[in-house]
Design a protein. Structure first.
Length: 417
């Protein structure tokens, strides 16, 4: 039998009507005369709030399937057709489902659309993740931090909100242009333009742009202060882009049934990773590059027009990095220094560059280096034993050079006066 129609929505709420019942089923074995004519009646499916029609073969007493009942309002559902006739098997139709709220229906519709259209589903996911990142960032500033300072009677904090949006928009542009370049090169392999580039980009972008962007979100690429980031954080961002393209390549392989085009797609995604990855990392590392170049760009003169003191740094460890950054971004009243180079006890690194500075020699060659490079001040950055310090003093007495011990000092301050 035919199924019953659905019920009407409730008049007092936002629930949809109950579902109509399913039509009944019957099966029989009957004897017929060859060449004779048999009548088959097919029931019509029920429309809104109406029952489904019955179906039968020959007569209603031979093989008969009853129609399902109509659904009612809200939770009232239609019963399945049960008055069925058959000498082999009969089954009643299923009962209709209860009406759902409008919100649930919308959600089911979106999930069905996403399932049937992979591109749409990926775009919706990326939009939700990007919206969550931006809204969380702005809410953290506008609600939590601003609320705290207002309660304390202070001024509203100043935050660079535009930086986050610039990174998101910039990464989207880079990923999109990389796909466009990859598709153009892929199409130009045979020397003939076969693809409409715009349509090809629209088909590829949901995967080739959105998936790497999602991986960047998961790698917290939009939650870091990049001018204070470590090298591992830059590497993690680049690897996130590569992992995103690897995931898309895996999805592409699932759609290739005969194995054809695998090498072509592999080269395509290698090109995308090799193009977009370095560009995205460099957009974040640009400020650090400028910072590293600043010591060379800011070599000026001291107050009164005199040249800066020529300095030599003794040590090549991490403390030397802190010292050089302090020299480059120190207070304005600090005497300008022209750091000529570094000396180290490790003779293997002589002639190489450490922290952007050339290693001129070892500590045993200090006297000759002071004369050769006209050094005004020698900074002892790394820890030095008392005996070695005394020996250094004796060897430098005959030169007009200052000896300065630079140290990162940890001082515990009392809580009570």
């Amino acid at each position: 039998g035919a199924g019953g129609g659905g019920g009407k929505a409730t008049t007092t709420g936002n629930n949809a009507g109950g579902g109509g019942g399913g039509g009944g089923y019957a099966r029989s074995s009957i004897a017929v005369t060859p060449g004779s004519t048999q009548t088959v009646t097919v029931g019509i499916g029920g429309t809104a709030a109406t029952a489904g029609g019955a179906s039968w073969f020959g007569s209603t007493g031979t093989v008969y399937g009853a129609g399902g009942s109509a659904g009612g309002e809200g939770a009232a559902v239609g019963a399945g057709g049960s008055a069925n006739v058959g000498n082999l098997a009969t089954y009643a139709g299923g009962t209709g489902g209860e009406g759902m709220t409008t919100g649930v229906l919308v959600l089911v519709g979106l999930l069905a659309s996403a399932f049937n259209d992979r591109a749409l589903g990926i775009l919706v996911l990326a939009f939700l993740l990007a919206a969550y990142t931006v809204v969380r960032h702005l809410a953290d500033i506008e609600l939590r931090e601003s609320g705290q300072v207002v309660l304390q009677g202070l001024a509203r904090p100043v935050r660079r909100n535009k930086t986050l949006l610039a990174y998101i928009v910039g990464d989207g542009i880079v990923l999109g242009l990389a796909v466009l370049l990859g598709l153009a090169l892929l199409d130009a392999q045979d020397g003939v333009r076969n693809w409409p580039l715009k349509q090809a980009w629209l088909r590829a972008a949901p995967l080739d742009v959105v998936v790497p962007f999602v991986f960047l979100l998961l790698a917290k690429a939009y939650s870091r202060v990049w001018y204070l980031a470590r090298v591992s954080e830059y590497a993690a961002t680049g690897l996130a882009v590569v992992a995103g393209y690897a995931a898309v390549f895996g999805l592409r392989l699932l759609g290739i049934r005969d194995g054809g085009g695998t090498v072509q797609w592999a080269l395509y995604y290698l090109l995308l990773a090799g193009t977009a990855g370095p560009v995205i990392v460099m957009t974040r590392a640009a400020l650090r590059v400028v910072q590293d170049l600043m010591p060379h760009l800011l070599r000026g003169t001291a107050a009164g027009g005199s040249p800066p003191a020529r300095a030599l740094v003794c040590g090549a460890g991490y403390r030397t990095t802190l010292f050089l950054r302090q020299v480059a971004y120190g207070a304005r009243d600090r005497v300008p220094l022209d750091v000529v180079g570094i000396v180290s006890d490790d003779a293997a690194i002589t002639g190489h560059y450490v922290h952007g500075m050339r290693v001129l020699g070892t500590c045993r060659e200090l006297a000759a280096l002071v004369v050769q490079h006209r050094i005004d001040v020698l900074y002892l950055v790394e820890p030095i034993a008392a005996a070695e310090l005394e020996h250094l003093r004796e060897s430098l007495k005959i030169f007009a050079v200052r000896l300065v011990c630079w140290d990162v000092v940890e001082t515990e301050l009392p809580l009570h006066a």
